[in-house]
Design a protein around this ligand. Structure first.
Ligand code: S3P
Length: 171
């Protein structure tokens, strides 16, 4: 089994969908933000505040090298900006979770932990800027994706099933 690399904008549901995929498959799941937080022993938000974004991006690049050389049979959820690492395509099959910006924000706001979800993401603190970032990134996400799942108005379970079917077909 090749790795599956989940990419997509903040709040699109990478974590929830990953948890569903592992229920219905033999993949093990890991998350690049979790790896960075345990390596650094502090939250992503703190890393941004104390060291700045470029330091965080360097950690993502290091993780990407390790994923390529050492990780197999794994579903890898990534932070929304991880797709910029140079070796992304060498890590596994790239699956984009896609949804319009407004639907993503609605999804976050309707979540029982909405305040926490917004607070932990420094790049969502200004929604106007976040929308610009979304517009800039979306074509780049699409260009990298081997498989695209439109997650709008679908449950995590539905998305997971569609993902496994499409990844199998892609090979
Ligand atoms: C980021 C997304 C976050 C996290 C960091 C930067 C981004 O992950 O990696 O705050 O650049 O889009 P999620 O996509 O899981 O929110």
């Amino acid at each position: 089994m090749k790795n599956i690399v989940l990419i997509g904008f903040m709040g699109v549901g990478k974590g929830s969908i990953a948890r569903e995929v592992i229920k219905h498959s033999k993949y093990i799941a890991i998350d690049t933000d979790d790896l960075i937080e345990s390596m650094e022993n502090r939250r992503v938000k703190k890393i941004f505040e104390n060291e700045g974004e470029s330091y965080f991006r360097k950690l993502e690049a290091d993780i990407a090298q390790w994923l390529q050389s050492s990780v197999k049979n794994t579903l890898i959820s990534t932070g929304g900006g991880f797709y910029k690492v140079k070796n992304l395509k060498k890590i596994g099959t790239i699956v984009l979770l896609d949804s319009p910006f407004d639907a993503i924000i609605k999804r976050i706001k309707e979540h029982p932990n909405a305040a926490k979800k917004l607070k932990k993401r420094p790049l969502l603190s200004d929604l106007k800027k976040a929308k610009e970032l979304y517009e800039q990134r979306r074509p780049e996400y699409l260009a990298l994706a081997d498989v695209v799942i439109d997650v709008t108005d679908k449950s995590a379970q539905e998305c997971a099933k569609e993902l496994l079917k499409k990844v199998k077909k892609h090979g």
